[in-house]
Ligand binder design. Structure first.
Ligand code: CA
Length: 235
């Protein structure tokens, strides 16, 4: 009996640790609440000397500074952070530095495909809906690595490790297809993501096998076909 209990516990652990396939689903953030967010857990945490992040967002938000993705460590709360700032430009934080990307428009009430890359030379680049930014230094010291002890959330900004949320950084709307890599993905891979083609999923965070936990009123929903922007024939 004891052995059976042990086996059942191991099976439960294996299922829980595998992550969920969220293909065709979205994270919904239905209100500009201070506590609404989703925590994401990599299969294996490791120090990151470079990274890529891709996701899609759908919103009607035009004010404040919503944050899509926030990776914080005990020492660096903005270790890797992507927000849309008041004024409509996008900001990537890396460690204690940041780079701003201006001159981009994005769809309100429509999907936006976004990728950011940060390489070992400290050069970052931002992509949205097929447009690429210039390649910019974030001015974080070269050779710096994101420490292993990180906490990752989407839909808010961590001003302290795992918390420190502010209403001004709340995201309202939907996020989907969140992928993160421990390296810089190729321009071709970025383009494939933007075109919603089949991609090599993130090797650090993978939407098709994601460990996550929703908090507050954030929740997982099936992606409505009306949110795809595509017509269904048999409706
Ligand atoms: Ca904040």
């Amino acid at each position: 009996m004891e052995n059976l209990t042990r086996i059942l516990l191991l099976v439960c652990f294996a299922v829980l640790s595998e992550g969920s396939d969220l293909t065709g689903s979205v994270f919904t953030f239905p209100t500009l609440g201070r506590v609404d967010h989703v925590t994401l857990t990599p299969a294996e945490r490791k120090p990151l000397s470079q990274a890529s992040l891709c996701l899609r967002f759908y919103t009607d938000q035009t004010t404040r500074s919503p944050c899509f993705f926030s990776l914080a460590t005990a020492t660096f709360t903005n270790a890797f952070l992507l927000c849309r700032m008041e004024g409509g430009f996008f900001r990537i934080h890396v460690g204690t530095a940041s780079a701003d990307f201006t001159g981009f428009t994005y769809n309100l009430n429509g999907w936006n495909s976004v990728c950011v890359t940060w390489d070992e030379e400290d050069v970052s680049q931002f992509f949205i809906n097929g447009q690429a930014s210039v390649r910019k230094l974030t001015l974080m010291r070269q050779g710096w690595k994101i420490p292993t002890d990180h906490s990752i959330i989407v839909g808010q900004d961590q001003d302290s490790y795992g918390g420190g949320f502010e209403t001004k950084n709340a995201f309202i709307g939907h996020l989907t297809d969140v992928h993160m890599w421990d390296h810089v993905i190729s321009p071709c891979a970025v383009q494939q993501f933007m075109d919603e083609m089949s991609i090599q999923p993130g090797n650090y965070l993978n939407w098709q096998s994601l460990k996550f936990e929703t908090h507050g009123r954030a929740k997982v929903e099936k992606k409505q076909f009306l949110l795809t922007g595509k017509q269904l024939l048999n409706c």
